[in-house]
Design a protein around this ligand. Structure first.
Ligand code: SF4
Ligand code: SF4
Length: 438
């Protein structure tokens, strides 16, 4: 671990980790699952099954020939009751394979622990598992693990900083699946020829830090070190994590592999540890269910494709009519239009609010306090960026480095005038991309 001069700018947000002591509960299999064919960055999958087909747990039901894709597997055994077109969480088109579960949960015959005799076999097996970045990015993991300069990559960083308020699913993984994390880390390091591993965990999770250190000791003290980090926001953002652990600055457009690093979320690594033992692909997800509209906040392991409404029912239903539903955390999560959408691979939380947190506060005039600038880890100028967005000035947006913005939301959160600064930067990036495409 390199010495750093100082920390990047960060903010304090209320943690609200209400479910931190809630052990993960395995949800009963729902009557139907609705498995989206668009669960990763890249090309959507095409269904491999049709109405009336029998399917088993772990059977591939969607795939694509495009390199930037991963297969999608059935999370239940049962009968395909239809292939439906619907709206996705971002309002786009989405194909759903709808399966009526028979509740027998019979495993698909093709399931077996994969062999990884070579790096190529390992990469192929990671693709076959359906793994994508489970920290929220949904980037196909087999592509991340196969950079052109793999020979220069020496360091695995495992991201255990769960800095978004409310969410505790990664924390629960670290205390409940500690062995899978260390086994997964050792496997990735061996297969990709890495010499060292670091697990970055915020210092407000002492039980996770202790569990990981104890497991590293049990495994004979391999070259993996747990790095306690400040519990500040956005500690878990990729570029912040790389800097805080290695001291290396990662500009937008630079890949971690360019700095000799591969970064994976702790849940992805735990999944790899499990998958190479039993061969069961990515069919279930641990999610935090919380918010003042939820009767019984919990951490729930549910089949991928379970409707959010079914997850809420398992958590005791609504105690008040919901006004705002978030997939993910309040800082970077997406507000969605319905609880009828299904859980997808990179979901790590469902937060549903009915009270004050559901309000969108009215924007007022900028008072030039400078807090947004001081909050930004990359010293961007949110006020100037907003003005450039209003003018649709692509040149100014580029000069102001809008593409460096990681949309962490720190500037919007800290702004006393409630200006949607982070969202403006999203628009600004679109303006720049449009100008570049002409
Ligand atoms: S949203 Fe962008 S501009 Fe705002 S603090 Fe985060 S990185 Fe900086
Ligand atoms: S934090 Fe808000 S009010 Fe303060 S300078 Fe930035 S935009 Fe203006």
């Amino acid at each position: 671990m390199a010495e750093k001069k100082k920390h990047l700018q960060s903010i304090h947000v209320p943690h609200n980790k209400n479910t931190v002591e809630c052990e993960t509960e395995r949800m009963p299999i729902p009557d139907f699952v609705y498995i989206s064919m668009s669960q990763h960055i890249g090309a959507p999958c095409r269904p491999l099954v049709k109405k009336g087909d029998s399917v088993k747990v772990g059977q591939p039901i969607g795939d694509s020939d495009v390199p930037m894709s991963v297969p999608i597997h059935s999370s239940v055994s049962g009968i395909v009751s239809g292939i439906e077109e619907s709206r996705s969480d971002n309002g786009g088109k989405n194909t759903l394979v709808v399966i009526e579960a028979d509740k027998k949960q019979e495993l698909w015959e093709g399931i077996q622990a994969p062999k990884a005799g070579s790096r190529e076999e390992f990469i192929q097996a990671v693709r076959a598992s359906g793994l994508v970045g489970l920290g929220g990015a949904a980037f196909p993991t087999h592509i991340k693990y196969n950079p052109k300069n793999i020979q220069d990559v020496t360091t695995l960083i495992i991201n255990g900083a769960e800095c978004e308020p409310f969410i505790t699913s990664d924390h629960r993984i670290m205390v409940e699946e500690t062995e899978n994390i260390i086994d997964g880390a050792l496997l990735v390091m061996k297969q990709l020829g890495m010499q060292e591993g670091f697990i970055g965990v915020e210092d407000n999770k002492p039980d996770a830090i202790a569990a990981l250190r104890s497991m590293i000791e049990q495994k004979g003290n391999p070259n993996i070190e747990v790095i306690p980090l400040r519990s500040r926001y956005p500690q878990g953002a990729e570029r912040v994590m790389v800097y805080e652990v290695t001291g290396k600055t990662m500009d937008a457009g630079v890949l971690p592999a360019d700095l000799g690093v591969i970064l994976s979320n702790v849940t992805s690594i735990a999944f790899i540890g499990q998958y190479f033992k039993n061969g069961i692909p990515l069919i279930a997800k641990r999610i935090t269910v919380d918010g003042d509209a939820i009767s019984r906040p919990a951490n729930v392991l549910c089949p991928i494709g379970t409707k959010i409404a079914d997850v809420v029912e398992f958590c005791g239903g609504y105690k008040e009519p919901p006004k705002k539903i978030l997939m993910g955390g309040p800082m970077m999560g997406r507000a969605i239009f319905s609880d009828q959408l299904p859980v997808i691979k990179n979901n790590n939380a469902i937060l549903i609010f009915a009270g004050e947190q559901a309000w969108v506060k009215e924007e007022t005039a900028c008072i030039n306090c400078g807090r947004c600038y001081r909050a930004c880890p990359f010293k961007l100028m949110p006020t100037l960026l907003s003005s450039a967005v209003k003018r649709r000035d692509a040149g100014a947006l580029e000069r102001l480095k809008v593409m460096q913005c990681m949309e962490c939301g720190s500037c919007s959160y800290i702004c006393p005038a409630r200006r949607p600064l982070s969202f403006n930067n999203k628009l600004g990036k679109a303006i720049v991309k449009e100008a570049q495409s002409k």
